[in-house]
Design a protein around this ligand. Structure first.
Ligand SMILES: Cc1ncc(C[n+]2csc(CCOP(=O)(O)OP(=O)(O)O)c2C)c(N)n1
Length: 917
């Protein structure tokens, strides 16, 4: 008997279904069937020997069923390549096509009935019916990519969803009219602006106007499903339209920005171009639910805002939303060229499922106008689609023809429901075109003459839809004209009103979260802040964080480290009693702030232990089963979250910046592995950290800890590039510090939260000092002290001093060592612990207290063209400083440790060698 005689015709439906299951999830079918299907596939594709034998043995009608299942699978995996999604040009041709012949079928089979139809919920059907159904689902205005997903339940859910009504929406007449009305707003806004602000850049959304009804539909539907907050990040394209028609920013306000009048504000606010501004709106949905919408401000730098938006959402989740991901929806709106080209997109997407960064899924919308400035998509990416990055997280991607507003809304509905169900990212590729050049004054035909010939003839998306509704008898002639008239009349009123303003109306975002916080002025920054803390409470915290739980087992080394902390604090007989090291100073800052009700979040590479093993904020039990954050076990008010990050700087700094933007009550810290790597996040520094307050009047208390210091490890791992940070400083935009004692670091961190304003704080943190016996502080210094911007040399007889040396950070200890070795009583070492804002007055007072100085020195371990020298030269004119440093180099340090040491000691010698004056 033939091996496959059991495959009789009566069971074809069963085989078809089984084969379908195998195609979706090979491991899900019973092994002997799997082997059988593998043989069949092999035969069908490769004409391999075993496969051929298998095929030859399968009865003809069963074989045909398999071929139909293969065809169905072909539509599922490749259907998106053959859609009608491009409104203005033919799609590229992909091979092989979905032609019948490519699946061993022919036209003669079209009228045959196949059980495989049951896989699609059609029951036994004619092949022609099956294909019609598949064409409608996969090859009309929406292309669906999802077969790379590895979870069968997600695939099944998607297939069921798109199977309904052949993946087409069924809107009521009322809903259709509502879509048209929203489309009219999108179109009329642009035409109004075009006539009133001729030639002014506004980055019109024309060619993708359906974004507006799509977003409106998405938000209304999301609100129905329990979302109460939206956080949106988007670039220039269509931003003003979104602000007007989605966020409800008043035309009066928008036009006031267009007229570019002066600001009625203080000197610390220079403003930004109108298509970068953020906005917060409190609106009521159509169903009467209250929602909050935040549009994050963003710089020109494309895609950078993604990270910030995710951070904002996570902060809201960690605090007011108590982790309920269904209450908040992050929406990122990308450009097609930018989403394909900017690396930060990858960094942010990699965060999607990570403990420290996840937000329950993001809806990504690409406003795909097929051009990036002047660059054609063929030059802009190697990937098939601009959205292919979505496959990294196995996110479904829907490509949708932007001319078909109903399909657009349908795709948005899918995105929302998938995100709600699985808490994962979804991508919508909204495929339209760009009516004008990159901006409205730009000639697109220089570079895309053919495309723009087609675009010139193409109707706008409102008119396309109006025609459809007219044909369906839903609207009458003149309906659109009336809509346009009414909408433009409102814009006219706004325009009139805006012209009466002498100043631009200043946009405020996230004002609710920042009630009670004032923008920090220089005067406040340099005033002392009370960061003292009662000893009894400190003792209690010490008890909690210097003892491991007795019912759990830990490795010996961690037991020793925590016990050492305990003895340093409590054991009067211990040789290091009351010598609190750097890690302790830091951990006490967190504990005391938590007790006072603040939260702490730290993220960065390997921060839980600390790159240099000084922190151990998370301790793991010996079997690795438990992770304990001692700070969270002792009943303090605030919570302490610390996360080892993915290996990213740009994305993670952006995320934590966003986090700090939405949570003034959380001490938000990002730590670099070594400070050198922070330049990977340079855009965040230049565009946000140093400039945001000035551009957008937003506050941000992000702390950056940047390990820095010359310890002869090569050109990297030495310098966090202090000079770069100092160059960005002006108008008290941030704080730059380089502390030398645990107590001062402790007070610096506490001061950061005690202020009633927030400023970014950049701290150059030590490596050697983490364990240096001299770099310790006492309990009393934590309890009674305060942050010292400058540490005068208290060990000297000031009258004897002829050489007054200023330095910062760890280099102080190198100099101190040498001074001790030389026994020099004529040299004083003054530590500038806060470099910006520079404590000028305090420095001058210190200078005045040394009566006999003839040699003022700035000493730094960095080369002359790096470190703080240039900054000191520019900002400190009270005395003429002599420089003691390496000479100028292009790399921060030599690769050879011998050479690096020689240079280092030469600098130290030059500090004490006054003949080199
Ligand atoms: C990081 C970055 N590099 C370069 C630019 C300059 N630039 C502005 S818009 C643009 C093209 C963007 O194309 P796309 O992402 O498709 O958006 P579109 O303008 O077409 O909507 C470029 C290159 C920028 N703004 N940001």
């Amino acid at each position: 008997m033939d091996k496959y005689s059991f495959l009789n015709a009566a069971h074809t439906a069963y085989f078809a279904e089984l084969y379908d299951q195998y195609l979706v999830n090979p491991d899900g079918v019973e092994p002997s069937w799997r082997a059988f299907f593998q043989g069949y596939d092999f035969g069908a594709e490769e004409s391999g020997l075993n496969g051929e034998a298998t095929i030859a043995a399968i009865p003809e009608n069963v074989l045909k069923e398999f071929q139909v299942v293969k065809l169905i699978d072909g539509y599922r995996t490749r259907g998106h390549l053959f859609t009608k999604t491009n409104p203005v040009r033919e799609r590229r041709q992909y091979q092989p096509t979905l032609a019948l012949e490519n699946f061993g079928l022919s036209k003669a089979d079209l009228n045959e009935m196949f059980d495989a139809g049951s896989i699609l919920g059609l029951g036994k059907s004619k092949l022609s019916e099956i294909i019609k159904h598949l064409e409608a689902i996969y090859c009309d205005s929406i292309g669906v990519e999802y077969m790379y997903i590895r979870k069968p339940e997600e695939i099944k859910w998607i297939q069921d969803w798109i199977n309904i009504n052949d993946n087409h929406p069924s809107f009521s007449s009322g809903e259709k009219k509502q879509l048209l009305s929203k489309l009219n707003e999108a179109v009329s806004f642009e035409t109004f602006m075009h006539s009133k602000y001729v030639g002014q850049k506004r980055f019109s959304v024309e060619g993708n106007e359906t974004l507006i009804p799509g977003l409106n539909f998405l938000m209304e539907k999301a609100t129905e499903e329990g979302v109460s907050q939206f956080v949106v990040g988007m670039a220039h394209r269509g931003r003003l339209n979104v602000l007007a028609n989605i966020f409800g920013k008043s035309p009066e306000n928008i036009f006031s920005e267009f007229d570019s009048k002066e600001f009625d504000e203080d000197e610390l606010f220079d403003g930004d171009v109108k298509y970068h501004m953020g906005w917060t709106a409190h609106r009521e949905s159509d169903s009467g639910k209250k929602v909050r919408m935040d549009l994050a401000p963003n710089p020109s730098h494309l895609e950078t805002v993604n990270a910030v938006v995710e951070g904002i959402c996570r902060a809201k989740l960690d605090n007011e939303l108590k982790g309920n991901e269904k209450e908040i929806l992050p929406i990122l709106i990308h450009g097609d060229a930018a989403v394909a080209g900017q690396g930060v997109v990858y960094e942010v997407i990699q965060m999607a499922q990570l403990d420290g960064y996840k937000v329950g899924g993001t809806i990504h919308i690409v406003v795909n106008n097929q051009v990036g400035f002047t660059t054609n998509y063929l030059d802009a990416r190697s990937s098939t689609y601009c959205t292919d990055i979505g496959k990294v997280t196995l996110s479904p991607v829907l490509h949708v023809n932007a001319d078909d507003v109903e399909a657009v809304c349908h795709a948005f509905a899918f995105a929302l429901e998938f995100r709600t169900k699985f808490g994962r990212d979804v991508f919508i590729d909204l495929l339209g075109f760009r009516k004008y050049g990159h901006n409205e004054g730009d000639e697109p035909r220089f570079t895309q003459p053919k495309l723009y010939k087609a675009i010139a003839k193409h109707a706008n998306q409102r008119d396309i839809y109006a025609e459809k509704l007219l044909a369906e008898g839903i609207i009458e002639n003149g309906h659109v004209k009336q809509l346009e008239k009414e909408y433009k009349a409102d814009l006219e009123i706004g325009l009139e009103a805006s012209r009466k303003h002498e100043k631009t109306i200043v946009t405020k975002i996230m004002a609710d979260d920042w009630k009670g916080y004032e923008i920090g002025k220089l005067k406040n920054i340099l005033e002392p802040v009370d960061t003292t803390y009662p000893i009894e409470k400190l003792d209690k915290i010490a008890e909690g964080i210097t003892k491991l739980p007795s019912d759990k087992k830990f490795i010996k080394k961690i037991q020793r480290i925590i016990a050492d902390r305990n003895k340093r604090y409590f054991d009067k007989d211990f040789k290091n009693y009351n010598q609190l090291d750097w890690g302790m100073g830091e951990l006490f800052a967190y504990g005391t702030l938590m007790e006072e009700g603040f939260n702490v979040r730290i993220s960065g590479q390997d921060v839980e232990r600390g790159t240099f093993s000084h922190r151990h904020a998370i301790v793991k039990t010996e079997d690795g089963g438990d992770e304990i954050n001692l700070h969270n076990t002792i009943g303090l008010d605030g919570h302490f979250d610390i996360y080892n990050s993915l290996l990213s700087e740009y994305g993670v700094v952006g995320f934590d910046y966003g986090y700090a933007m939405a949570s003034p009550k959380t001490l938000t810290i990002w730590e670099a592995q070594f400070g050198d790597f922070s330049n990977g996040a340079q855009i965040m520094l230049d565009q946000y950290i140093s400039a945001a307050e000035d551009k957008w009047k937003t506050q941000n208390g992000l702390v950056m800890l940047l390990p820095h210091g010359y310890e002869f490890q090569g050109s990297e791992h030495s310098s966090a590039r202090m000079e770069r940070y100092l160059q960005l400083c002006s108008n008290h935009n941030m704080i730059i510090a380089d502390c030398t004692t645990p107590a001062n670091f402790y007070h610096l961190l506490r001061r950061q939260m005690k202020w009633n304003f927030r400023k970014p704080l950049v701290v150059f943190t030590p490596k050697r000092l983490l364990r240096l016996p001299e770099a310790v502080s006492t309990k009393e210094e934590l309890v009674n002290g305060s942050f010292q911007e400058v540490l005068d040399d208290v060990s000297v007889d000031k009258k004897k001093i002829t050489s007054l040396v200023f330095c910062t950070g760890k280099f102080y200890y190198d100099l101190l060592e040498k001074r001790t070795e030389l026994g020099r009583e004529d040299v004083a070492l003054v530590r500038v612990e806060q470099l910006f804002p520079l404590p000028q007055k305090q420095l001058e007072e210190i200078i005045a207290s040394y009566p006999n100085v003839s040699d003022y020195v700035w000493a730094q371990e960095e080369p002359k063209n790096m470190g703080a020298w240039g900054y000191m030269l520019m900002n400190f004119e009270s005395v003429k400083l002599r420089l003691a440093s390496r000479k100028a180099y292009s790399a921060p340090a030599a690769g050879s440790s011998t050479r690096s040491k020689a240079r280092h000691y030469k600098v130290i010698d030059s500090v004490f060698n006054t003949s080199k004056k």
